[in-house]
Ligand binder design. Structure first.
Ligand SMILES: [Cu+2]
Length: 170
């Protein structure tokens, strides 16, 4: 009896560890189209929930790049003063803390054409703590995305994995 109790504890720990990882989602900017000029990225971002630990994935052709800007530079599409810049066609950026980060394309003129996105990251713990400041003015009819439900699917598959491990060792 004591023996199996030990595995119950181990399984709970396993589930907790896997669940934490499973909830870290990857957000592909622009979904299947990627980082291009023809997407309204504010609308895209409004359908996503960005949590600490999640990653942003930028995929783009060589005519583009990614620059991280401060708020003022973002508003003015001033790509001359960057916080950080990324090139190469594929970049993964980790959202390591709560707050708002600003990204644009570093190619001249592209930011003005709409290649810009504001990402507001919320704390990962409280799953229902949506920030009050993430309202996007350009998306009145946006529906919630499927990323939350895919997170849950991951969670349940990891739970099943952990549970089967426990059964196996018992
Ligand atoms: Cu561009």
């Amino acid at each position: 009896m004591e023996f199996s109790n030990k595995y119950v504890v181990v399984s709970i720990i396993l589930v907790a560890v896997f669940a934490k990882q499973a909830f870290a989602a990857t957000h592909k900017v622009g979904d299947s189209q990627g980082w291009v000029q023809s997407i309204d990225f504010d609308t895209w971002a409004s359908k996503e929930t960005f949590k600490v630990g999640d990653t942003l994935e930028f995929k783009y052709s060589t005519m583009h790049s990614v620059v991280e800007l401060n708020e003022d530079a973002y508003k003015n599409c001033d790509i001359s003063t960057t916080v950080k810049s990324y090139t190469g066609g594929s970049n993964t950026i980790t959202l390591d803390k709560p707050g708002t980060r600003y990204f644009a394309c570093g190619t001249s003129g592209h930011c003005d054409q709409g290649m810009k996105v504001k990402i507001t990251t919320v704390a990962a713990s409280g799953s229902s703590s949506t920030p009050s400041a993430t309202t996007s003015p350009s998306s009145p009819g946006a529906t919630p995305s499927t990323s939350a439900s895919s997170c849950q699917l991951h969670f349940y598959s990891f739970f099943a994995l952990a549970a089967s491990l426990v059964v196996f060792f018992m």
